[in-house]
Design a protein around this ligand. Structure first.
Ligand SMILES: Nc1ncnc2c1ncn2[C@@H]1O[C@H](COP(=O)(O)OP(=O)(O)OP(=O)(O)O)[C@@H](O)[C@H]1O
Ligand SMILES: [Mg+2]
Length: 153
């Protein structure tokens, strides 16, 4: 089902569901103005839940952390992003990230089954978009995605 989605309201409700504003943590979450998007609301919610749950999980061991959610319009295509300054990972392993059951961190350190991002990628592809990541070990990660093919390659 493809409808107009109020992305900002969706992200705010997901953050609340995930426990915002996390009084037990020294965490700043900056939610920038997000444009409306088109898509399946239930599937798009899952995208944000999985990306934001990761940002929360992989910053958890920081004394203080910052997560930023934003969007830029690039050649007519909106690029949404979730960035964090958590543990990050070595970009050499970036190609594994979106595979099912692929994890770059040990279950003893961070719980999980390694399916979250695989689901995110499938949902985004189904909407005609793509997702990519930039990260550095110990420096955090930035996940960016579009929901339509866009005008540039
Ligand atoms: N924000 C992030 N910072 C650092 N590493 C990340 C981040 N998001 C994902 N990863 C790495 O990518 C792997 C795959 O992420 P994914 O969300 O698919 O699995 P998970 O979080 O381990 O488990 P699940 O989401 O199924 O509970 C993670 O195990 C982790 O190593
Ligand atoms: Mg996950």
């Amino acid at each position: 089902m493809k409808v107009a989605v109020n992305t900002g309201a969706l992200v705010e409700s997901v953050l609340a569901e995930l426990g915002a504003p996390w009084p037990e943590r020294k965490l700043v979450v900056k939610l920038n103005t997000l444009p409306q998007c088109e898509g399946d609301p239930a599937l798009l919610k899952q995208v944000w839940v999985n990306l934001l749950a990761n940002a929360l999980k992989y910053t958890r061991k920081r004394d203080s952390a910052r997560i930023e959610i934003g969007a830029v319009v690039d050649g007519g295509t909106t690029v949404f992003s979730v960035s964090d300054d958590g543990v990050g990972f070595d970009m050499r392993y970036a190609h594994k990230l979106f595979g099912v059951f692929q994890r770059l961190h040990r279950a003893e350190d961070y719980e999980g089954t390694g399916v979250g991002l695989a689901i995110v990628q499938r949902i985004i592809q189904r909407h005609g978009g793509r997702i990519w990541v930039e990260a550095a070990l110990d420096r955090g990660a930035v996940f960016s995605f579009t929901l339509s093919p866009g005008t540039r390659s």
